[in-house]
Design a protein around this ligand. Sequence first.
Ligand code: HEM
Ligand code: HEM
Length: 171
Amino acid sequence: MRLTALNSRSHRHRLLAPLARTDKQRRIRLGAWHRHLLELTTLALSGTGLAWIILHYFFSVHTAWGVTPSPWEAIVLSGHGASMQLFLLLWGSLFSNHINLGLRQSRNRITGWCLLCLLATLTLSGWMLYYLSNEELRPLVSLLHWGSGLLVVPLFFWHPYQKKIKRQSKD
Ligand code: HEM
Ligand code: HEM
């Protein structure tokens, strides 16, 4: 009788629940190389983006025939494109465990959702910058793109600490 109770599904579930929880918590955390690569590519993306803004607004040559962009703009943008590809790969890999389990456990949700919205805006506006040939819309899309790009950096570095700061302020 007792043995049957011990073997029952609900009993096993109660015994294994803490284990399952810690396993899920472990799976939200990223491996060191994964986290560092994400940080590195975020810095490379924003660094090349910022370099483009400086070159475009302060180093373009204005002549009687119009504006000639700095030759460095194209070089910097090719670096932006390279880091973007690695970043998209790493960001995509977060969906199966990190984002899925983080949402189910309701942890770091606000900054997580803000990150997701900004990254979706960046991806969509990046695509529009590359493929859309509407010259009237381009300055607006460009502003939306690098505006969200500048916002995403502090949010990205703050996001892992959201819960810790909340917990500390409760103590
Ligand atoms: C709604 C979506 C998201 C949720 C609910 C979420 C949840 C979490 C949680 C709970 C942690 C703390 C893990 C721990 O210390 O145990 C965390 C850390 C982290 N998150 Fe997110 N996250 C989301 C989206 C994202 C996105 C889109 C990125 C980046 C592109 C990201 C990057 C990171 C990084 C780099 C850490 C630090 C990882 C570590 O300490 O190993 N997260 N997230
Ligand atoms: C998910 C992340 C990102 C993606 C997918 C992305 C994608 C792109 C793409 C496809 C372009 C067009 C390149 C071209 O015309 O040759 C671009 C341009 C640009 N990106 Fe990003 N980017 C991302 C993040 C960022 C960040 C974090 C910044 C930081 C400021 C940024 C700033 C810029 C700037 C200034 C330009 C040039 C705008 C223009 O040509 O008018 N991007 N990006």
